[in-house]
Design a protein around this ligand. Sequence first.
Ligand SMILES: Nc1nc2c(ncn2[C@@H]2O[C@H](COP(=O)(O)OP(=O)(O)O)[C@@H](O)[C@H]2O)c(=O)[nH]1
Ligand SMILES: [Mg+2]
Length: 205
Amino acid sequence: MANGRANMVRKQRTSNGKVNRPLKIVITGPFAAGKTTLIKTISEVAIVGTERDVTDETRSIKTRTTVAMDFGRLSFGEDLSLFLFGTPGQRRFEVMWEILSEGMIGFICLVNAADDRSVEEASHILDQFRDYADVPYVIGVSHLDEGDEAEGVALNKVRQALEVPENVEVLAVDPREREHVKTLMLHILMGVLTRLEKTPAAAEA
Ligand SMILES: Nc1nc2c(ncn2[C@@H]2O[C@H](COP(=O)(O)OP(=O)(O)O)[C@@H](O)[C@H]2O)c(=O)[nH]1
Ligand SMILES: [Mg+2]
């Protein structure tokens, strides 16, 4: 395990000699928020997932769920790639959250705006992830097409419910739409790059 992880985050040397490493971004959020869909939409490699049939009462919501993680990759130019790790949403798989958060340089928390329980659960997940590491994050609000509120109202409700600080973005996203997901990725990337510039030592670590 230790070895596998070391390989996963090992530094890459690019053709111009610059040392470079893949940046790990975690996609978290409650059950059925759209995490697996988001990674499938944007990943350049076939997603490596661990979905299994749902066996409990949530079966009516969807029939497959992530039990360990989803993995995908997204590159920007030659020098920059993001490794995307999607977490399971259900609390009984919570042990995976901390493992997946190790070494992350940012995270996205997705929340289903059409479901109050999802917003409640996101609040708990967000607290956990803020605890794991002090890294930039953005909130992606999904299922806006299913609610009856105006987008601005729904986004504000989520911001308040999750007590999101003013400097953190709460963005609308349909995880099925490539352009939406790309925009979300650019926002988290900007947050990460801004943070790295402010703390150059962290970039060398
Ligand atoms: N209508 C609608 N469906 C969505 C949206 N986001 C995700 N879904 C659907 O919700 C279901 C659950 O998504 P999934 O990616 O499995 O959720 P996960 O548990 O967070 O991995 C899938 O059928 C998605 O297509 C959205 O913004 N609008
Ligand atoms: Mg999933």
